[in-house]
Ligand binder design. Sequence first.
Ligand code: B4P
Length: 192
Amino acid sequence: MLNIVIFGPPGSGKGTQSARIAKKYDLMHLSTGDMLREEMEKETSLGQKVSEFIDQGLLVPDEIVLKMLYGYMAEHMDSPGFIFDGFPRTIVQAEALDQLLDKHGIPINVVLSVEVEEKELFKRIMGRAEDSGRSDDSVEIAKQRLEVYKRQSLPLIDFYRKQGKIVAINGMEPVDEVFDNISQAIEAVKPV
Ligand code: B4P
């Protein structure tokens, strides 16, 4: 199995690159952001609860995200691997993922840390806002999401650095070039 985590601030291109990675390496694309938005669109009771957090630019509580993710993973354990997009976003989530994968005897092969300057992040989120219809694509909420990222998600870099799994990716380049660099990083860890 090939398991990849893609990590980065909001608007860094995690979703964009994950779709390409999933296609090239035949991996199951697990985007917690997409899963949560689907619940919101279906207007389920979970969706309503989740929107209270997303609309404010806050992280959805760990227990909700973990339960949802476990459900999706359980349905797809026969896939050749996973690309975890936007997950984990907290240390609690990262520890839970390690425990779950350990139980199945499968590792995370690499954690791609996509680095993009703040000014560019805002530019991209505002560009996406034009047609995304996303309730969290506004300047105010984007600022909040960036603060939340720094406070709750950035510590994951150290967490995975200690495991020797972090590879930094320059996310400032055009999409195709970012993908070429990501592909090289994956080839270096891909089981033969
Ligand atoms: P996500 O859905 O993960 O969204 P994101 O971080 O904003 O976007 P991403 O980095 O995927 O950017 P994209 O490819 O679209 O999260 C949304 C919310 O859900 C969170 O704020 C949180 O509330 C909740 N959530 C999700 N996961 C959670 C978890 N694990 N725990 C708790 N809460 C969770 O790229 C952005 C734009 O840039 C696009 O328009 C794209 O076209 C453009 N772009 C991409 N790459 C580019 C490049 N190289 N050059 C120029 N433009 C580029």
